[in-house]
Design a protein around this ligand. Structure first.
Ligand code: ACO
Length: 279
């Protein structure tokens, strides 16, 4: 299968036991992001975001690649030939789903199974957590074909890496493996590929036990406060918790009750039993 893959078929997903496994699905093109894939990914994110049977979303890739970045043919060359309007539209479609993912309602995990280049850093950063195969390969290859790391990739490198590492990574066009990506802080952990899915499943299961309103408030808080002064952050966090209370007024009270009154768990050692509070 090649360029004939239908738009709908550029993204695959299945929902199992509360986890939505979403895959870049152009393995024959190393899952590079074409405009069709970007549009379809937005549709899939739309479909899954508020489903009751989805508690965590995992983004991975079919075949040997997570994503080989933007499609140099369909995203760059073909749109450039059509003119600025087409280029801007393609940018909106790509950036749109990454932004959507950065502020997704459910917790998100990047499961980086293979190649991860350039534009792939956008969705990588958009995911709350990231786990890579030790064998995965990360690179800002833009410099190798003559552009700067755009589409947020420079921002992602500067956010996740030290200044010196970001500079080296962006200027040299040298790749790093999953282990190094973990050492550098681009991903939470690197695991041998054979054990990657099990580890991600275990992490997702822990997230599924947490209060979902608190999780959404927490992930937004960590992203937002990065750009705030301390005082602004303090204020934002008060307002964010109060807003969360209006979505889930009883959750935290139940959490305190099960610890202080019932003595059935210790918050320092795990999550309260949400089923008890719901039932
Ligand atoms: N854009 C367009 N086509 C791509 C891309 C891409 N980013 N990546 C892979 N492909 C295509 C290849 O052209 C090839 O197509 P063909 O079968 O029709 O010839 C097919 O996918 C398979 O790719 P190979 O290169 O044969 O696969 P291999 O496993 O040997 O190498 C690798 C994988 C290293 C990922 C290589 O494909 C590559 O270097 N891709 C480009 C990576 C890159 O620099 N991406 C852009 C980053 S910059 C940005 O995103 C803004």
């Amino acid at each position: 299968m090649s360029a004939q893959r239908s738009e709908e078929d550029t993204v695959a997903f299945e929902v199992k036991d509360g986890i939505a496994w979403v895959s870049f699905n152009r393995p024959e093109k190393r899952n590079c992001m074409s405009p069709a894939l970007n549009r379809q990914m937005m549709r899939v994110l739309d479909e899954l975001e508020y489903r009751d049977d989805v508690g965590v979303l995992v983004l991975t890739g079919e075949g040997t690649s997570w994503s080989a970045g933007m499609d140099l043919q369909e995203y760059f060359r073909e749109n450039e030939a059509k003119g600025l309007g087409a280029t801007r539209q393609a940018q909106r479609e790509a950036y749109g789903w990454w932004r959507r993912l950065r502020w997704y309602h459910k917790p998100t995990i990047a499961m980086v199974n293979g190649w991860c280049f350039g534009g792939g850093y956008g969705p990588l950063f958009a995911c709350d957590l990231a786990f890579a195969a030790e064998e995965a390969t990360f690179g800002l290859s833009e410099i190798n074909w003559g552009i700067l790391p755009g589409g947020g990739a420079s921002k992602v490198a500067a956010e996740l890496l030290s200044f010196r590492r970001a500079m080296y990574h962006a200027m040299m066009g040298e790749n790093i493996d999953g282990k190094t990506a973990a050492e550098w802080g681009m991903v939470n952990e690197a695991i041998p590929l054979a054990g990657l899915k099990d580890r991600v499943t275990a992490v997702a299961k822990v997230l599924l036990e947490k209060n979902p309103v608190a999780l959404k408030a927490t992930k937004d808080a960590i992203r937002r406060v990065r750009e705030m002064t301390y005082d602004n952050a303090e204020d934002y966090l008060i307002r964010a918790q109060e807003a969360a209370n209006s979505f889930d007024g009883e959750g935290r009270k139940e959490g305190i009750k099960q610890f202080i009154d019932d003595k059935t768990y210790k918050p320092g050692l795990g999550a309260y039993n949400r089923e008890k509070s719901q039932g």
